[in-house]
Design a protein around this ligand. Sequence first.
Ligand code: ATP
Ligand code: MG
Length: 789
Amino acid sequence: MDSSEGSEAREDHRDRPGATSYFIREIVAADLASGKHEYPHTRFPPEPNGYLHIGHAKSIVLNFGIAEENEGGLCNLRFDDTNPLTEDMEYARAIERDVRWLGYDWEDRRYFASDYFQRLYELAELLVEKGLAYVDSLSEEEIREYRGTVTEPGRESPYRNRPVKENLDLLRRMKAGEFPDGEHVLRAKIDMAHPNMKMRDPLLYRIRHAPHYRAGDEWCIYPMYDYTHCLSDAFEGITHSLCTLEFENNRAIYDWVLEAVDWPEPRPRQIEFARLNLSYTVLSKRKLLALVEEGRVDGWDDPRMPTLSGFRNRGIPPSAIRSFCDAIGVSKANSVVDVAHLEHAIRDDLNEKAPRVLGVLRPLKVVVTNYPEDEEEWLEAAYWPRDVPGDETREIPFSRELYIDRSDFREDPPRGYRRLAPGREVRLRYGFFIRCEEAVRDEEGEIRELRCTYDPETRGGRAPDGRKPKGTIHWVSARHALSAEVRLYDRLFADSRPDRGKGGPDFREFLNPESLEILEARVEPSLGDTDAGSRWQFEREGYFYRVPSDPRDEPVFHRIVTLKDTWEERRRETAKEEKQPSGEEEMGGRSSAPKSEPPDPWANVTPEQRAMMETLVEEHGIEASDARILAEDPHRIALFEGAVRAHPENPQGIANWMVNELLGLLEEGVVETLPFGGKSLGELVGLIDEGTISTKIAKEVLTVMVREGGDPRTLVEDRDLIQISDRQELLSAIDGILADHTEEVERFRSGEDRLLGFFMGRIMQATEGKAHPETAKELLRERLGSATD
Ligand code: ATP
Ligand code: MG
């Protein structure tokens, strides 16, 4: 089995089913339809002063995406390298590698703005000659002061009306290196009273006596972004120049410059979109650089960094990042995207790519006392779960000594604990049932090993007598398992908003001290000869990436992502305990739960959760308390929405089933790994609503679905659970019950109406819950009434 992809490149660039429609696409389509352009030509313009991060990925997917999805479309890679002080070829190379890794190709169109220095300068002379630019000799400080404020117009510089000849002379001498830094600048001559401050004679060139990483010592004046960007776009034939919202006010300069140099139509058009902000993440290159320089991470490609090289090193597939970018869409409203969406996209991507294997992260030895010492047997284990295509299997060894995870044993199990405890039985995944007989401690009182017995009749996970342990845990055979170093990465920041901006606490204060944990794990032997770069799901633990390393060394795995949003786990645990005890262990637990003031469902929610809750309440009419529970996990929302699509008539019913029944059946309320989707859940609620099955049967069906998936209608039919609505069958049951309870019949007839419930209960009992309640009630009334006649 090999789960590495070799090349990560995509086969079909145009197939982007997850991509949502957005305004830029519409603008492009309109420009093609009107004949303004034959094809779109975009560019991705990074400044080579740092590594690319997930925010850049949004821009890359957008720009290359527009090109790909239109016939003949092109996208350039352009290094926006006009600042000699911060740029570096190492960054440029890293950027190229990252763009390629994301799956995009600029073919032969890699450009450097620095290659345009000569052309840009010639146009600057042209502007001077046209009287549209002048050399200003105010200091930096004075220039700022003269610019005015949003409410006050600026003042004109005393140098503003220098004659063209003098300007040209000064500009040439600036270029020739006659002046020190800051002595003069070249400015556009626009309007010092312009309501848009950016238009108050913006700077076009400044003096910087610094060598450029590519142009060397050739230049000591460097063009400014506002002057360079629009012209570079024009030189390259760019049609749509996409940039982030901060540049909205710069658009006026963009257009002014192209007009000033008489650039022929059609000219490139600047369109702004909202930059990506992610919760629990900083995306400023300056701050990321600080983390690297201060040694708070192991470089730009540390697997905790939000950089593309960090993601690659962590093991995240590029396809996951592309589908995340497609899913978040592109808009003009700035917002913060919950990092949970990114993690969801990663899980979603890996679900069908990463074969399932067993690995024990925190090994606790188990001695199977009734298994012979020198024997072993090999058990068949599936690489893929039911709902993922693929039927490959491998064999895993079972022997007398095993390892299980420490967290799967509790000496004093809390309520609802479904794993191993003294006297309890669990199922070993693909193996046998084992029962814990004894926990053996060392001198310090630490549990050293468990002594268990196994039931040889339960090979493959099924008992002939039909008994079912409450939980299934993963394990490995101690003798056969391989040691592996496992690095568990967690969010780099412990706060959802580490970057509070000016005046707020420093972002470093929010660094998560537990963002990396290194463990010595034991993994199943089949992982020994797998490839570096392969990705696996360690069942119940997460998705892992085999780090490229010397094959003679012990394998190292990075945890790419957990199987569920463990970040929210603790809060969810508390919420679940309040909401309901686990169904299998508690009888009538729900009604005996203490009645206290219900908590405010809107309290302490993140803005993302609030937004989801509002949608649920406003669009689907869901009660806020249920909406709160659903909004705790985007997978719950996805499941809910899938269910509503399949059964749109009763969203609250679906919410009830999810909150009150389904979550109670699941360990830690995780819906992500369920073997069925929203459609099946919707169909199940539909079957109840249309009267095909009772709620009691629905619960049974749901339990089966949770365990092994399946389509609810087939499950109902297979199990002969269609409600007895046949009147004859029902009537004979009712008649039998009435005959057995003559005393209650008398009392009912003398006015004790509530006995109707008593009779209904008997009917349900007699029909094993299959009676259609409405029909039964109707017939019961008929019988009880007719007897009085
Ligand atoms: P920083 O502010 O961190 O230095 P930057 O925007 O200056 O980032 P560039 O290298 O200039 O970084 O960015 C290249 C392209 O990527 C630009 O078009 C920019 O708009 C886009 N980009 C950068 N950050 C984001 C983001 N968070 N979301 C979307 N696009 C982004
Ligand atoms: Mg920039």
